[in-house]
Design a protein around this ligand. Structure first.
Ligand SMILES: Cc1ncc(C[n+]2csc(CCOP(=O)(O)OP(=O)(O)O)c2C)c(N)n1
Length: 297
């Protein structure tokens, strides 16, 4: 453990993430909020690959790698153990927190997550969404957006990247009537930090879904991560919201969207899109916002 890093309230440092990695930013910021009594559970994915390189373990708090499918169920066990241990030691400020990628959440770990919410386990599950299986070389996940090129959804003359829309994990967990769920992006890091802080004080299952660009997979310069992560919310292709006490609420409701076309065209993974493809994406964005604004207020 590096004492000077802990002095600065740093719990994720010295890792091997690529330059400009959005996921590592999310883990670092969340652990600053949760502190040294957070026990982190990470399944296979970039954050475990870059954080557990023995002997250079990169967590100032306790952290463990779970089975790919089992982030939420391991969190259940960790929380039960921590509860007993903390009672014996006489403290209450502990957290069982998961950091799983989009593949590990929306595809492989969705059953364990659904079960944990159903049991009402007192855990915080954070999905850092880089919109593909990045650690194994950019394969499509259930959260890859429509039109994106990945190694398993190539772009050619007939098919223009991914032909399926992105699953809506936020609304999927909300449909379980979870005590707290939120969306966020590393582009609005204070909003993310506030949501982690809020979640840390709520009992029961909490879920936060944070957009975390991957320069390698998205085809953007490493210096553009935060800007692009902001633009996705500004152009309306992502929304910032909370679900609490059975109600949805936008935490940011832009009066006007910035150009979704500009957001798409700056990324290598969307380079092949035709004007027609972009119009399809904008149309689906507009229909989504129309529904949200009608139903959530
Ligand atoms: C059961 C199982 N299947 C497949 C793998 C291989 N694998 C390791 S990491 C990974 C990709 C993870 O993608 P995601 O969850 O989106 O996180 P990211 O890598 O993008 O951070 C895969 C497929 C594995 N470790 N275990």
């Amino acid at each position: 453990m590096n004492a000077s890093a802990l002095d600065k309230n740093e719990y994720f440092y010295g890792h091997k993430a690529c330059a400009g990695c959005g996921g590592s930013l999310a883990v670092r910021a969340a652990l600053k909020v949760l502190g040294e009594r957070a026990v982190a559970v990470l399944p296979a994915g970039c954050m475990s690959a870059v954080g557990f390189n023995f002997p250079q373990l990169c967590f100032g708090n306790n952290a463990i790698i779970s089975m790919f499918a089992g982030t939420a169920s391991m969190l259940t066990g960790v929380e039960a153990g921590l509860r007993r241990y903390a009672r014996r030691k006489g403290y209450k400020d502990f957290h069982a927190v998961g950091f799983a990628g989009d593949g590990g959440t929306a595809d492989i770990g969705i059953q364990a997550l659904s079960g944990a919410i159903d049991r009402g386990d007192d855990i915080l599950y954070i999905c850092y969404d880089n919109e593909a299986y990045m650690n194994t070389g950019i394969q499509k996940s259930g959260l890859t957006p429509y039109g994106a090129r990945t190694t398993t959804t190539p772009a050619g003359a007939n098919i223009h990247g991914n032909i399926r829309p992105k699953k809506n994990m936020f609304e999927i967990v909300a449909a379980h009537d979870i005590p707290y769920a939120a969306t966020a992006t590393v582009g609005y890091i204070n909003d993310f930090i506030n949501k982690v802080e809020k979640a840390s004080k709520i009992r029961g299952t909490k879920y936060i879904h944070v957009i975390a660009p991957c320069p390698t997979g998205w085809g953007i310069p490493v210096s553009d991560t935060v800007e692009v992560a902001r633009e996705i919310a500004d152009c309306g292709l992502w929304y910032l919201a909370e679900y609490e006490n059975g109600e949805y609420r936008l935490t940011r409701d832009p009066k006007e969207f910035t150009s979704a076309e500009a957001y798409l065209r700056r990324q290598g993974r969307f380079k092949h899109l035709t004007d027609e493809d972009i119009a399809t994406i904008i149309d689906s964005r507009d229909r989504k916002w129309e529904r949200i604004r009608k139903e959530w207020k």
